[in-house]
Design a protein around this ligand. Sequence first.
Ligand code: NDP
Ligand code: 8X3
Length: 258
Amino acid sequence: MTRIQGKLILITGASSGIGEACARRFAADGADLVLWARRAERLEQLAAELGTAHRVSLSLAVVDVRDRTAVNRAAEALVRAGRVPDVLINNAGLASGLAKIHEGDPEDWDRMIDTNLKGLLNVSRAIMPHMVARRRGHVVNIGSTAGHQTYPMGNVYNATKFGVRALTEGMNLDVAGTPIRVSAVDPGFVETEFSEVRFHGDKERATAVYQGFKPLTADDVADAIAYVVNLPEHVNILDLIIVPTAQRNVYVVDREGA
Ligand code: NDP
Ligand code: 8X3
């Protein structure tokens, strides 16, 4: 028996990587799930699979977290159905491009700022009032080691994840006086579709990021998130940094042959 059994958990960016791994882990732990992402087919496949394997309720919605109207609509539908999430995992996010600031593509910058910062804000603003009103809830923001230390050409992605860290701190201050918890989980290198997205579909370049060492898997991170959300209500993890053993800081990695 876990503390999240029977709880309702909303995961943004559930169609892949860390979000998908969280969905699998939480369903196995008996939580009911709401899955949001843009790729409907991926969500449908995942929900069908988890629905067959576990006795939990699953609902999904195609939601682009950048689209405030769509976020509000999906959140209202949950609230109207009496399904205010007990836990919100603000996971949807991405890096787009890796370039020097004076050579970067402003379209990439918009994508990262609109998703990682404004998307997280849109979802939090739509869900948190209902948590505060019923004095129950836990928000977990997925930050990054990139929010603790910059690396060459990480500039705007770094800025968004530094921003997520500031928001986690600020959100905690703003819910003082309520039992709401706000946590950050900040991973280092995790082998997901993250780098393929960053390099605009260049699989070879993406694979090279994780060569010569053992990166984290999405399941490793889901384990850490499961730890955070399974703690008793008087315990709040403010920030959990998780890296592969080979990663010594945001850019120093013990690589074979390097
Ligand atoms: P993936 O690319 O595998 O997954 C990203 C998820 O975010 C997908 O489900 C994607 O779904 C969703 N997403 C992206 N943009 C939007 C959007 N506008 N609206 C809704 N959903 C969106 O990468 P990861 O699992 O690795 O990334 C998850 C989080 O972890 C991100 O916040 C990332 O910054 C963070 N992170 C990743 C690390 C890594 O090394 N992989 C390390 C540290 C942090 P869809 O495309 O279907 O919308
Ligand atoms: C993802 C980790 O180092 O690739 O947040 O930016 S890193």
